[in-house]
Design a protein around this ligand. Sequence first.
Ligand code: PLP
Length: 388
Amino acid sequence: MKRLADELESKKTDYLYRKRVVREGQQDPIIFIDGKKAISFCGNNYLGLANHPAVIQTFIDGANKYGVGSGSSNLISGYTSAQKILEEELANKLNSERVLVFNSGYFANIGTILSLTKKSSLVLADKLNHASLVDACKYSEAKFIRYQHGDLKHLSHYLRSNQSLEKLIVSDTVFSMDGDIVDIESLVNLSKKFSTPLMLDDAHGFGIFGPNGLGIAEKYKVEVQMATFGKALGTFGAFIAGSETLIEHLIQTARTYIYTTAMPPAIAEATRTSLKLLDSESWRREKLMELVAYFKKGANALDLPVINSDTPIQPLIVGSADKVVQLSSMLLDNGIHIAAIRPPSVPEGTSRLRITITASHETEHIDYLFDVFSTLRKAKIFKKILYK
Ligand code: PLP
């Protein structure tokens, strides 16, 4: 226990100690954080669906119909007609043979990668993939190589030099901490050229991108597509879409699917409503992208060091952990909530404010954020940080 106490202490000294803040109320742009009123710019409720009256109502109706918990694992008695219909509707929408619903994106990634790989396999993964994919590859017995972020030449080098091995390529579509989008066309072509299955994590693309909001991979057929319900869809859980054989294999072998209580049916019902809203309220995607463009234009005019991204994730690189913690805390004092993102979530020296825009924001909220940045710039410690 002494070692744990020492480790906690050194996290504090290095500004890497993480503290949970308590949010009250719905995920509106205006929230209460530890009792302080603030405009939030760090949630993933990209389309504002978590508070949508129809989503809430189907959740309530689902709880009335099925009870709150599912009561058992999927292979015992926790799988209800709610999850079944969600899987069928989603497969139909995605034009995919089959879909399997998991309790979270973390579980979906871990269970799928462990199920698909064996000791003799090789997993090739983008260096900036989400932690859940990194963990899955680490837990797997397979050989695991991380190619340089977005560097498909680097990836093809490994594909070429390991032709005899059974391989899997794994990548985020929208990188969760940088907001950039994978070169999907080239990646799909490479996977075909080397006959290597591709697994895409579309957690931050699903609901937002693609002609019908079905994600970065909407126009492409990839072997394994994963996306979450907890972000743009505003509910909870995740899915894997793919072939009949893939899904049946996961049902038989994915331990994070088998050995856990099934998703609450009411969540599945609410998610079905969110999926319908992708079609009937497509204005949310349009508004979101207009706000992203508005933010980018303003950030550029202010010369803020924001990474170039065309997604709702707009990271402002600060550098050191201590500075980002101070900046985040001063923002909160000025009525803005943006969490400080530090290692190990991002590489050393690239601590950042991961600013996210949602369809629930208005231009006035973004203007206020810019006003606060302009004020904070006058503080000596931020002068250098808040300019490119
Ligand atoms: N993949 C990515 C890219 C993510 O950003 C997240 C975030 O949480 C996950 C997977 C995990 O999904 P979940 O929160 O549903 O576990």
